[in-house]
Write a protein that binds this ligand. Structure first.
Ligand code: SAM
Length: 476
């Protein structure tokens, strides 16, 4: 029980006025004071759900299915000495720690019969990346996903999560998301707008979430949300599908924002009913077909999810192309790209997909659909960095290894538990196997930790410094 959870009276009065008749305020308050159940989402870019469940059962992990996400589970661990984020499986991107109700928006997006998983998608407010990585997994790294985040510090975390999870089809941008309707009208097949909000649904993980709560603040945020949704709607192709979600409860930030779009664009859109999204969804469904998840319904965080379809174009008075700097990349000529792809296939048994581009001494692999947005948007990073070149050749990157290393059929070394811990602490290791030569993928229990280089019988550690962990690492 979180007795210190701050639930001011004026907030409770505001909530009591909008609480549906079939729900009780006492249960709302009690659930706000109850700690959240831990939940994770299996990253199917790296491991199937059945293999993950089988792998973790002997370690005493009890995984209870989240009914609205095939890859989501509530987790109870027999031994909690090692923080979840420091387990080997987390470090190699096999799962993402994500609150169960936060899995709903992406489920709603992909349940639409209008979704085009190999198309051009936008995650307009993306950091820290729980939904970006969820979307990329459902796209199976095909097509292209533009993941945008306004805050610089959160953009870094987003980038790290994308790399850890082996996501390769993302272009990262750093804008106020209201630019998408101006710069990229009718560009995206599907859009998630998981909007910035007042966070009323998050008190179970942050007992001070409501410290600065006020109606004035809600009105201010609602104005931002309405602008973001209108812009996202312009960026959506006719025939496309858009999910608007928040982790807050006030109608001003939820139902009213959806209504403002209907008021503005009338029959150009309609909202789908989400009442049958999963068994039990009707308990959270509003008259309009939105999911308004009160924390006591599914014993989760509070959430709001609405899904719309765009039926036809609307006049766009916003359109104004953005100013772009010079694009610093150029396509890698075939005479350089082909031998490299051949070399990687011969050494590791892994095929290169996507298009190779060069910038100074870096070689990048861009998503196949990148050309559709090239010259229209400035990106912070596109796809993944494949290699760094130097006089006598090139060095494959950590992010290439995390995305492709599990698929390698040769050119890898499998470490035992002690060596794997040493490796993650940034140290060189001496594996009990015949020494190889050159670059090597370093794996533990079949999953990639990073890159190394054979020097005699030693594997020289090439883990990026910022990923080195020195305490409380996964168990011996
Ligand atoms: N979708 C994320 C996830 O699942 O991990 C959570 C997104 S959080 C609800 C909203 C994000 O929007 C925050 O990271 C915030 O920094 C960002 N943000 C705030 N204002 C924004 C704006 N005008 N344009 C784009 N992003 C914005």
């Amino acid at each position: 029980m979180h007795d210190n959870t701050y639930l001011p009276d004026h907030f409770l009065r505001h909530i009591a006025a909008i609480m549906p008749a079939h729900l009780a305020m006492e249960e709302f308050v009690a659930s706000c004071r109850r700690p959240l159940r831990r939940s994770i989402r299996v990253n199917t870019l790296k491991i199937s759900v059945s293999d993950f469940v089988a792998k973790m059962a002997p370690l005493g992990w009890q995984l209870d299915a989240v009914p609205w996400c095939d890859t989501g589970f509530w987790l109870t661990r027999a031994d909690e000495t090692v923080p979840l984020g420091n387990t080997a499986e987390h470090l190699s991107g096999l799962f993402y720690i994500q609150e169960a109700s936060s899995m709903l928006p992406v489920t709603a997006l992909f349940a639409s019969d209008k979704i085009k998983t190999d198309g051009m998608l936008l995650d307009a407010a993306a950091a820290p990346g729980s939904k970006t990585t969820q979307i990329a997994a459902l796209m199976n790294n095909q097509g292209m996903l533009v993941a945008n985040e306004y805050s610089s510090s959160r953009l870094k975390v987003l980038s790290a999560n994308i790399q850890r999870c082996g996501v390769t089809n993302v272009g990262l941008t750093h804008f106020d998301a209201k630019v998408f309707g101006q710069w990229l009208p009718e560009t995206f097949d599907a859009i998630l707008l998981d909007a910035p909000c007042s966070g009323e649904g998050t008190v179970r993980k942050d007992e001070d979430a409501l410290r600065n709560w006020s109606l004035e603040r809600i009105e201010e945020i609602a104005a931002v949300q309405a602008g973001l949704l209108e812009s996202a709607f312009h960026a959506l192709k006719p025939g496309g599908v858009l999910v608007y979600s928040t982790c807050t409860l006030s109608q001003q930030e939820n139902q009213a924002i959806c209504q403002s779009l209907l008021d503005k664009f009338g029959d150009a859109l309609s909202f789908d009913s989400l009442a049958s999204l999963f068994p039990g969804a009707e308990q959270a469904c509003t008259a309009e077909g939105y999911l308004h998840v009160w924390p006591q319904i599914f014993d989760s965080e509070g959430f709001f999810v609405a899904r719309l379809r765009k039926h036809h174009s609307v006049p766009n008075t916003m359109f104004k192309p953005g100013k772009l700097g010079k694009f610093p990349f150029s396509p890698l000529p075939a005479k350089e790209a082909d031998p490299m792809a051949h070399d990687i296939a011969a050494t590791f048994g892994v095929a290169l997909q996507g298009q190779l581009f060069g910038r100074n001494d870096e070689i990048w692999c861009f998503p196949a659909l990148f050309e559709q947005v090239q010259g229209k948007l400035r990106f912070d990073r596109i796809g993944f960095k494949l290699a760094e070149t130097f006089k006598k050749g090139y060095r494959l990157t950590h992010e290439w290894a995390l995305a492709h290393g599990d698929l390698a059929t040769r050119g890898f070394v499998e470490l035992d538990n002690t060596n794997a811990r040493e490796f993650m602490m940034g140290r060189d290791v001496w594996p009990e196997q015949e020494a190889g030569a050159g670059e090597v993928i370093v794996r533990y229990q079949g999953h990639t930790l990073g890159m190394g280089k054979w020097v005699g019988s030693r594997v020289k550690n090439a883990l990026p410094r910022e990923l080195v962990r020195d305490t409380n690492l996964f168990a011996e």
